[in-house]
Write a protein of this length. Sequence first.
Length: 418
Amino acid sequence: MTRTLYSIVFTLCMPLVLLRLLYRARRAPAYAKRWSERFALGGDVRQGGIWVHAVSVGESIAAAPMVRELMQRHPELPITITCMTPTGSEQIRKLFAEQVGHVYLPYDLPWLQRRLLRKMKPQIGIIMETELWPNLVAECERAEVPLILANARLSERSANGYKRVSWLVRPMFAALDWVAVQSQAEALRFAPLGVNKSAMTVTGSIKFDFRPPAALLAQAKSLRDGWGERPVWIAASTHAGEDEQVLRAHQTLLQQQPDALLILVPRHPERFDSVARLVSDAGLLQVRRSQGGVPAAADQVLLGDTMGELVMLYACADVAFVGGSLVPNGGHNYLEPAALGLPVLSGPHRFNFTEISDLLQGAGALQLVGDAQSLAEAVEALLQDPRLRQQAGESGRAVVEANQGALELLLQGIEQRL
């Protein structure tokens, strides 16, 4: 009855949902395309195999090693990957081209989810992190599709949000066949929501299993060599309200290190042009990565306005600030720069990655900053002291290596349920 009420409300809200989609399409035109897939019509769907859902870019990147392993171990099983955003879709095609099927996940109405499952007929469903929808889970249970929540994470804020609608989500969590959770703390948050304890395993985060490809490192070295001998720091996955603070920090840094270069990588592509204007308004000389330019000695900012190059740009830097953390977005993946041996800086808002950031901070690999001034001071201290950078970077890499193995545990659990 509760899910029926949810479905009725969702149906009544569909005009607002579509208006929001049109609004987003004004800023990112890709949202105006492939609407039929959001109603489970069309798309590249492969039948009778493995279905993976990765909501957007970060989840798609995290899922990639798992998907590649599944392709090697089960070449006879086709794989279809669903997502929700155009940037996620672009990332999936960049990672796998036509090796996998790909389609947007439809809106969470029972007849739409049922239509998609009838087209896919998957042997198993794997949802990355915590992208759960009540009707989606219920229709998987109805179709007898085993459902795994992989690399599951749950912040305290999200757990409290779920508790407020426990009448709706408890059946959803109880229907999951297996939850491969990132940490014990998160397992304790999942349990009160209805997850069967016998169906939950702490595997760790598969993001620890990240290994930068040699070709990517070679590309980064070639790019960095073209910039000459100058200090470089990166501000990655920044959000609105954060770019301004990063630019102020860079202006302060330039007073002490006038040859310093900032690589600024906004989180969302629809903001690339507006961030470029912010850089110009700050009186800083910039070159845009999308235009293929190489930073000259006079350039002060390289705007990373491309998709799929973040790790390569990390590898070009000496120090990394991870965005979404000076504003209350909860932070982003700290493990990529740590695995590359970079000292990591973060703002105070890191609730999406509390356990990981605590590990890195405890090892001396991650440092918290609170505003533009403290960010500038931290970057300057690290750029001026190679020994301090090396110590923090080696500590971060050690944390990553010590916690690897989650991917193999996840794959073993998937094998048992295939």
